[in-house]
Ligand binder design. Structure first.
Ligand code: M1P
Length: 251
């Protein structure tokens, strides 16, 4: 790892959506400059639930090279100093039969929902997780926002998660509300704590984690509560800047 004046024992690790950026939006110039200054003080890592291409859209096409660690899909796709150091595979882990049962159930469940809008891509099959999206991932920003408001009032995703757990209690799967419009499905243990093994191997003594979905059921909860991290719950990118500045003085 490069960087001589940086504190080599300390890393600040950030969730992406809602923490560094507005959900699924690009990071502001202010945030990118803040992270640049932070990198001069300590090591910096990102851990998102999204896949690499979505994180690159939001943080920049060189994201894996620009940060000391980049963990996509909760760290199941891992980069250190721009080099890929990890890659897990959902299909190998869970098998076709199990995944097909979940997908069939989810499609049937979503087909019975009445929402303000329905578009396309209700199931996104990623290398290490399934993403289930009742409004459809191809929705517009306006439709995304409408679903999000509707979901807050009607608990669409909360009820969907309950139904998934009821139907697949022994599948060894976790159903997590990560972003604004969807549910992530992955094997138990493949939450964001998965990425900590890479940081332990690199020898960090202090790991500050900043995330917004830190409540039970949110996809930052496990890593926020993990004994290997000092967890910080943030409410927005502005709040992230404020809280990091309190932890790392002189930014
Ligand atoms: O990074 C958080 C989440 O971002 C997206 O969520 P949504 O589209 O629902 O706002 C998804 O990529 C999701 O997988 C991810 O956890």
């Amino acid at each position: 790892m490069a960087g001589q004046q940086r504190d080599a024992s300390l890393i600040c690790l950030f969730d992406v959506d809602g923490t560094l950026t507005a959900p699924r939006q690009a990071a502001t110039q202010e945030m990118l400059e803040f992270l640049k200054r932070l990198k001069q003080k300590c090591y910096v890592g990102l851990v998102g639930g999204s896949d690499l291409s979505k994180i690159a859209e939001q943080i920049g096409s060189n994201v894996a090279k620009e940060y000391d660690f980049l963990f996509a899909e909760n760290g199941l796709v891992a980069f250190q100093d721009g080099k890929q150091v990890g890659q897990e595979n959902l299909l190998h882990n869970k098998g076709e039969e199990c995944l097909q049962k979940v997908i069939n159930f989810a499609l049937k469940y979503m087909s019975e929902l009445e929402l303000p809008a329905k578009r396309g891509t209700f199931v996104e099959f990623r290398s290490s997780m399934l993403n289930l999206c009742p409004v459809g991932r191809s929705c517009s920003q306006k439709e995304r926002d409408e679903f999000s408001e509707f979901d807050k009032k009607n608990n669409i995703r909360k009820k969907f998660v309950e139904a998934l757990y009821q139907n697949f209690p022994d599948a060894g799967l976790k159903f997590a509300i990560g972003g604004q419009i969807s549910i992530d499905v992955f094997p138990v243990g493949w939450d964001k704590t998965f990425c900590l093994q890479f940081l332990e191997k690199a020898g960090f003594k202090t790991i500050h984690f900043f995330g917004d979905k830190t409540n039970p059921g949110g996809n930052d909860h496990e890593i926020y509560k993990d004994s290997r991290t000092i967890g910080h719950s943030v409410t927005s990118p502005q709040d992230t800047i404020k809280q990091v500045s309190e932890v790392i003085p002189g930014l």
